[in-house]
Design a protein around this ligand. Structure first.
Ligand code: HEM
Length: 407
């Protein structure tokens, strides 16, 4: 895997042509594997002999992983993404109530309100910037960050720092000292946030988690409380940020598809689902470990191997999506009886925030293109600088010309 990230699709196509499962070399020359084919990945994600707990990671157990390994937080953060079985159900159930379709729908007015405020800010930034503004920094980032911070009761003063630190944690090319420092500071900032909520509880998720920690019966340990906050902050904004950014890039590069939506021949929800498939915001997710040697699509994955879930590859697998899998097509019919994409995960660890991500992205895109129908990229797509990560899949900044504002 190239720690510098970059656009994954050309490499994915090359690897997929060789098979649905491949060996990879992770940073630090650690041997791993990746599952890339759609059907193979769905099967792998659902197999009971696949674990997420770091105790199953052979190289880690044998002391071959250093403290500054750039992917260490993914493997060891104490929360639901690294838990199995009963532990996983316990950790997930503590937050899942806040993310049901019904609870998320109640957030609609607030998401709409925040979107309107940010569109004003984007308009102002473009006016001050000679007609050009960074859509990622002014819109795609602060929307999901604002929402997840409000849900978690994180005061506004911490948000920029939290984004900076979480961005370092998901970078795969970060040096060992920087990785250790970013992780330590992220934990420290979130411990401060938790201490504030403990002193002044509110109607937020952090206060609810603290109440669970303080109850009798070991519902949540202190390390799990902070690990859950780390997870919610990272998963709750880095991903939706990439989705909104990638959808705007896709629509600007395919104006015919944008026209289909504005004419009513496709919906904004179709844009969101097709972007999830075509340009998955989470490219390769670390890690799962077979608890015994297993065979997937004819390839043996040895016990204890760190395996990446190759969501960006699965989204363009021609075996699942047809010979035109590379084409961005918002009217693409799903395969009868099959899931359209796996980009929000599959099985027990299916994305907890899926309803929220979909709500935020549909509102954001609809309002953005309704207010700025002529919005376009300010420069060639090929010149956009990419994220330095093979986990997140997007660009670092998205300079756009919003054009005339309708409102
Ligand atoms: C477009 C936006 C999003 C994408 C593409 C996305 C993608 C994913 C994927 C692929 C997984 C499964 C990872 C794996 O185990 O292989 C996942 C899990 C998760 N997501 Fe999301 N996510 C998004 C938004 C969100 C939001 C907004 C939140 C929080 C509110 C969130 C919270 C989580 C959590 C907590 C998990 C772990 C679930 C578990 O281990 O049981 N995600 N997400």
């Amino acid at each position: 895997m190239d720690p510098a990230g970059g656009c994954p699709h050309a490499d994915n196509a090359r690897l997929l042509a060789r098979g649905a499962v491949t060996s990879v070399v992770l940073p630090g020359e650690v041997a791993g594997m990746a599952v890339l084919g759609h059907d193979a990945l769905r099967e792998f994600l659902a197999r009971p002999e696949v674990a997420k707990g770091a105790a199953h990671f052979t190289a880690l157990r044998e002391g071959r992983i250093t403290a500054g390994w750039p992917l260490l937080t993914f493997a060891t953060v104490r929360g639901m993404t690294t838990a199995d079985g009963e532990d996983h159900r316990r950790l997930r159930s503590l937050v899942s109530r806040a993310f049901t379709a019904r609870r998320v729908e109640e957030l609609r007015p607030r998401v709409e309100e925040l979107t309107a405020v940010l569109l004003d800010a984007l308009h102002r930034a473009a006016r001050n910037g000679g007609g050009v503004a960074d859509l990622r920094g002014h819109f795609a980032l602060p929307l999901p960050m604002g929402v997840i911070c409000e849900l978690l009761g994180v005061d506004a003063e911490y948000r920029d720092r939290l984004h900076h630190l979480s961005n370092q944690v998901v970078a795969t090319d970060i040096g060992p000292e920087q990785a250790v420092a970013a992780n330590r500071e992220l934990v420290a900032v979130l411990a401060t946030v938790a201490a504030r909520r403990a002193a002044a509880p509110g109607d937020d998720l952090t206060s609810a988690l603290i109440a669970a920690r303080d109850e009798e019966g070991d519902r949540l340990g202190q390390e799990e409380l902070i690990g859950t906050l780390v997870l919610m902050i990272i998963a709750g904004h880095e991903t939706t940020l990439n989705l909104i950014t990638n959808a705007v890039r896709a629509l600007c590069g395919h104006r015919d598809q944008l026209d289909l939506v504005t004419k009513g021949d496709a919906s904004w929800a179709d844009v969101v689902e097709e972007t999830l498939r075509w340009d998955a915001p989470v490219s390769y997710f670390p890690f799962r470990y077979p608890v015994r040697d297993m065979t997937v699509d004819g390839t043996v994955i040895p016990q204890g191997t760190p395996v990446l879930a190759g969501y960006s590859a699965a989204g363009r697998d021609p075996a699942a999506h047809g010979p035109d899998a590379d084409r961005f097509d918002v009217t693409r019919p799903g395969r009868p009886g099959a899931v359209r994409h796996l980009s929000l995960g599959y099985g027990a660890h299916y994305c907890l925030g899926a309803p929220l991500a979909r709500l935020e992205a549909t509102i954001a895109l609809e309002r953005l293109f309704t207010r700025f129908p002529d919005l376009d990229l300010a420069g060639p797509e090929a010149e956009l600088s990419r994220h330095s990560s093979f986990v997140g899949n997007s660009v670092r900044a998205l300079p756009v010309r919003p054009g005339t504002s309708r409102g």
